[in-house]
Ligand binder design. Structure first.
Ligand code: FE2
Length: 323
């Protein structure tokens, strides 16, 4: 196989677009190595023209082993390595009192409620709504670097308690782009939308609470990342609830500010890979009645990044990751 030529163009304010690989259905080892280097440098890579499931899988394998989603009901029936996005069961939120969006997903890291949080994910969009539907990605390495030194020192040894979703709108960065945001009352859900409340995940008992470090040193880049996953964090250890809530609100506002966030407006067959250790992400949402449909693959981790809160089940977190 001939190694294809490709070029890299930075995105604003973070990430990079890879040009020249669209239409390929397989990737040689030299290309995979070059893509991995670019990925750890830029954190996000955007590919255009990934036109098939086979190309999506082949591209994903350039970056590591693909894992199935820990929630079996979220795996695609035709191929368990795909996690479908979009569909009937959607949440709805009201912004600035009147603007209703569905498919809104608050700021989070993927599978950041398990000790073996995934390393990254590759989302390929197939159907795109007429407007909105963006994916937002926040660079938590840049967010950490921008913190005052005394805050860095405070956070370096801090840990937090996390679950699959705390569902608390005020803690998830949802208000960062609007002056007000709230969940609709039952009678306000748009016609044709099945009400699904933020945080209403089935059978949360399958995912016991975990303890995670507030700061994680990325083993591939050496950079420190503000490791909070806003949708999953409940409280910081060693402080009372009011102090923890105030710190959380301050950090979420900081890490979701526009200077750290790449906002991607999708075209069909775009594929976006993000580094799940370095980035938090959110789905902006789209208007009811428009379709947004994509497939995600998930990259298995090589590390434990948390321990179970009750002390059972896994070995303690490798502290070398958080120094
Ligand atoms: Fe996600």
């Amino acid at each position: 196989m001939t190694t294809p030529e490709f070029s890299i163009k930075p995105l604003d304010p973070v990430g990079a677009e890879v040009n020249g690989l669209g239409g390929l259905e397989s990737f040689d080892a030299a290309t995979a190595q070059a893509l991995n280097q670019a990925w750890f440098e830029h954190g996000i890579l955007l590919f255009r023209g990934i036109v098939s499931a086979e190309a999506h899988i082949a591209l994903s394998r350039c970056f590591g082993e693909i894992e199935v989603h820990p929630l079996p009901e979220l795996r695609a029936p035709e191929n368990p390595f795909f996690f479908p996005l979009g569909g009937e069961r959607v949440s709805a939120l009201v912004f600035d009192e009147t603007d209703v969006l569905v498919n809104r997903i608050p700021w989070h890291r993927d599978t950041a409620y398990t000790p073996t949080m995934c390393m990254g994910a590759i989302l390929r969009m197939i159907e795109v709504p007429d407007a909105q539907g963006e994916t937002l990605l926040g660079d938590t390495a840049a967010a950490y670097d921008a913190l005052p030194e005394d805050m860095k020192r405070r956070l370096d040894s801090l840990e937090f308690h996390a679950t699959i979703s705390n569902g608390a709108v005020e803690h998830t960065g949802l208000g960062a782009w609007w002056s007000t945001v709230r969940e609709p009352r039952d009678d306000e859900f748009p016609e044709g939308v099945t009400p699904f409340r933020t945080g209403a995940y089935p059978d949360k008992s399958r995912f016991p609470p975990v303890i995670m470090p507030a700061v994680l040193t990325h083993t591939d880049s050496g950079r420190k990342c503000l490791f909070i996953s806003p949708m999953n964090v409940d409280y910081f250890l060693g402080m009372d609830r009011a102090e923890s809530d105030a710190l959380l609100a301050e950090l979420v506002a900081h890490m979701t500010s526009a200077r750290f966030v790449y906002k991607h407006r999708w075209s069909p067959n775009d594929a976006l890979i993000w580094d799940n250790r370095r980035f938090i992400h959110a789905a902006f949402g789209n208007r009811p009645g428009e379709t947004r449909r994509g497939l995600r693959t998930t990259l298995a981790t090589k590390f434990k990044v948390a321990r179970y809160a009750d002390g059972s089940g896994t070995a303690p977190i490798d502290r070398a990751l958080t120094m």
